[in-house]
Design a protein around this ligand. Sequence first.
Ligand code: ACO
Ligand code: OAA
Length: 382
Amino acid sequence: MTTAAELPVIHRGLAGVVADTTSVSNVVAATNSLTYRGYAVQDLAAHCNFEQVAYLLWHGELPTPAQLLDFTTALRPRRVLSPGLLEVLRLLPTTCHPMDTLRTAVSFLGAEDPDAWTADPAANQVKAETLLAQLPTVVALDYRRRRGLEPIAPNPDLGFVENYFTMCFGAVPATELVRAFETSLILYAEHSFNASTFTARVVTSTLSDLYSAITGAIGTLKGPLHGGANEAVMLAMLEIGEPAKAADWLRGELAAHRKVMGFGHRVYKNEDSRVPTMKAALWSAAAAVEGGERWTAMYTELEQTMLAERGIWPNLDFPTGPAYYLMGFDIEMFTPMFVMARIVGWTAHIAEQRAHNALIRPLSQYEGVAQRPVPLELATRG
Ligand SMILES: CC(=O)SCCNC(=O)CCNC(=O)[C@H](O)C(C)(C)COP(=O)(O)OP(=O)(O)OC[C@H]1O[C@@H](n2cnc3c(N)ncnc32)[C@H](O)[C@@H]1OP(=O)(O)O
Ligand SMILES: O=C([O-])CC(=O)C(=O)O
């Protein structure tokens, strides 16, 4: 018989477990810091565009101007979707969540790619870049088809952010909104062993293909305890309606023992390293949109009340929710837009997992009924 002293230590939710090494990014909770390949994310958000950051995460170094030109010249024409994928998207019900559209699109791209199973790092890098190029086209097309609008073709002459806005709305909005969106993509691009990245690494650890890993990661990100929180934040803000009602609403949620989406984090127990940068971007976006101060005022009320009541800080999904709303995006597109950025982190981790693979398979402590025979009266064989 196992004594209490012999029972293994169980790390529910793998909390506090260091599962492997990584050189992609470093989250340091003690100092609220996040670096991508050694660069502070705040620095990257201040000085780089999203395509530069994607290059950095994939290749380990920021691109020289010539490397950046080569990279974007190769990437931008690949935004066009195949006829097969367009047909699949046409067949999807408009009632499904856009994350289901995206998950199905990636799964189909895997089915359509005769080389999907390759183990060649260079071939998988090309696939990662194609996903970065094509996912925004899928999200924008899905947004428009739900409204009965014709798709707007991608424009290879435009940068990532400008092209995405144009495919959605036919125009590029005010500079403050463009900058806020680019900031959100940079901040969302990577965050070490979060649940969706870990999913991608688990799938990859079986030597399955990149599309399967990304399909699993999209399914994981969709949940409201992870990426789905950015949608839940805005739905809550709309339900609250007025900043003056925010504090009472929040106290009511806590009294009812409900989680308040956009607050708390598994790793950061003080402030999420990315929030001050995204909060500043939200404030600047709000100043550029009529009525924007309603959402910044509500942000402040909710943040202050949560800190006073529970000492729990907002996470990145808290400022991105209202920022995306101010940019005019439908709420159900918020998590797909997180995917458009995190595809970079996921595929960087898939490459790293493949390069130093070990099958991911933890143990469990059994607590079910003790071993017993099949009752003879229920036996159908033997
Ligand atoms: C990009 C991202 O994925 S960031 C995360 C986005 N997710 C959310 O915003 C969802 C809301 N937040 C949460 O559910 C949690 O904070 C998580 C899942 C993100 C992290 O949670 P964990 O590390 O597992 O901590 P856990 O959920 O156990 O919380 C610890 C305590 O704080 C409380 N708590 C944590 N977050 C919240 C919250 N958002 N609202 C209310 N209470 C909270 C818990 O109820 C728990 O209290 P208890 O000890 O009295 O039971
Ligand atoms: O790290 C986490 O657990 C969740 C998160 O903030 C992210 O994935 O960006």
